[in-house]
Design a binder for this molecule. Structure first.
Ligand code: NAD
Length: 430
């Protein structure tokens, strides 16, 4: 299946679906999962509390992606205009040089068990280190199916957090768990709760919190791509993007916005595929600040004839568990992207993030972000002013041309375009 679908953006929704059927992206009938009302209300009612309805988002696919040598359609659910277009454009630029390549760490999540009121933290930590192998064995026995799948608890370490203070001596135990294709929060939390009392008594302290950390630095994905000067429209653009990357490396204020551009792509994929995007967001920003200074998650370097980009971020995602079982759109998203394991999903989200980062930097380094963004925003404003059909494009084009993309102006333009043309008789009477 090729993800290169020229002109896909110009098609209507029904034609886009037909095109995806032609390239055998999914089986006939599967689009019912993203039709309005596809999530049954009783299922929604079982997912969270106090449900009174459902909240819809546009569901799209970004095209042109090649990830680790394979074409991939990238499902995205997002309310912000221009993210899908930006991802698709950047993926087309990367495609010319082979697309995105990725490396995933083993899917190891970390559970924390806090121990407070430890009289002698050094002795407590030493006792826990001595008991580590046996604690891991205990934990492993609690998840036999995960162990059969090649995962399960793989390590345990201890850190001293305080020697004295309001909570006395404080230790934290980190339990490392290979969660295979699960995101793993529930798995890890269950193990931490089960081990907590033994951990506390071994350290001769009191069990405190027992829950995973979202700083999943043991579970990361790295994505790389090369973009040729030709694809970038010249060496000047290459140098400007490399300079924009250095700006983010020097300044946390810029790094925050640089990373927001990355999370535009990452989150859109995570939402579409039913992931806990708050967990990945928390992990990404904690990771970005791990040196003590908030830094960009992706950097770009000028190389001979082009540009190299590299992104690394924690990626706690799952293709089993969580909301996936219940959410028809999330299951369709995984199907569209051809995903059957968590590593590939992490690669897809990471590639989308590096792509949206590149597109934003390219726009900033050339015409500025607003022009492209505004023409898409103009369509949304035109629609909200009541334009339908061909009038959407006409109103949007006028708004974008005059640079005044506001609802009042849109209503004015729409009223003028909708008012009947004066007849010859009217003109003669004037
Ligand atoms: P889960 O509880 O559904 O567990 C996954 C299940 O899948 C396990 O029972 C496992 O045995 C099974 N499984 C089947 N095939 C597997 C495979 N190939 N690899 C691994 N496991 C396999 O889900 P989870 O992933 O443990 O937890 C995810 C949920 O926890 C998310 O909904 C998340 O929102 C939520 N959560 C997050 C946080 C946090 O991030 N701080 C805290 C609490 C809960």
């Amino acid at each position: 299946m090729s993800s290169r679908l020229p002109g896909f953006y110009r098609l209507g929704i029904a034609e886009r679906r037909r095109r995806l059927l032609e390239v055998k992206a999914v089986a006939e009938g599967r689009f019912a999962s993203i039709d309005p009302g596809a999530l049954p209300l009783d299922i929604a009612d079982g997912m969270i509390e106090n449900v009174i309805g459902e909240y819809a988002l546009p569901f799209a696919v970004a095209v042109n992606f090649v990830i680790d040598g394979e074409d991939a359609l990238v499902p995205m659910a997002i309310e912000e205009p221009s993210v899908v277009a930006a991802a698709s454009n950047a993926a087309r630029m990367a495609r010319a040089a082979g697309g995105f390549t990725t490396t995933a760490s083993t899917p190891v999540m970390i559970g924390q068990i806090q121990v407070t009121h430890v009289a002698n933290v050094e002795a407590g930590a030493a006792a826990l280190r001595d008991a580590a192998a046996s604690l891991i064995d205990d934990a492993r026995r609690l998840v036999p199916r995960l162990a059969e799948r090649g995962g399960g608890p793989v390590g345990l370490d201890v850190r001293v957090l305080a020697r004295a203070g309001a909570d006395g001596g404080v230790l934290v135990v980190h339990l490392h768990v290979d969660c295979r294709d699960a995101m793993g929060a529930n798995l890890v939390n269950t193990l931490c709760e089960a081990l907590a009392e033994r951990v506390a008594s071994t350290a001769q302290g009191r069990a405190g919190l027992r829950i995973l950390t979202n700083l999943t630095d043991g579970r990361t994905v790295t994505v790389r791509c090369t973009i040729s000067d030709d694809a970038l429209d010249g060496a000047d653009v290459r140098e400007a993007i490399a300079a924009a990357s250095r700006f983010a490396e020097l300044d946390p204020y810029r790094a925050a916005t640089h990373n927001k551009g990355i999370m535009n792509g990452v989150d859109a994929v995570l939402v579409a595929t039913g992931q806990d995007w708050r967990a990945v967001e928390a992990g990404a920003h904690a990771y970005a600040a791990r040196s003590g200074r908030y830094s960009p998650l992706a950097v770009w370097r000028a190389v001979e004839g082009g540009l190299c980009g590299e992104l690394t971020l924690p990626m706690a995602v799952g293709t089993v568990g969580g909301a996936l079982h219940n959410h028809p759109a999330a299951r369709l998203a995984l199907e569209l992207a051809g995903i059957d394991h968590a590593d590939r999903l992490g690669a897809l989200a990471g590639a989308a993030g590096l792509a949206t980062n590149l597109a934003a930097l390219r726009a900033l380094a050339t015409e500025g972000i607003q022009r492209g963004h505004m023409s898409l925003h103009a369509r949304a404003v035109a629609r909200s002013a009541g334009a339908t059909g061909e009038l959407v494009e006409q109103v949007a084009a006028e708004l974008a041309a005059c640079g005044d993309v506001k609802p009042d102006r849109a209503r004015e333009v729409l009223a003028r375009l909708q008012s009947p043309l004066p007849s010859v008789a009217d003109k003669e009477n004037q």
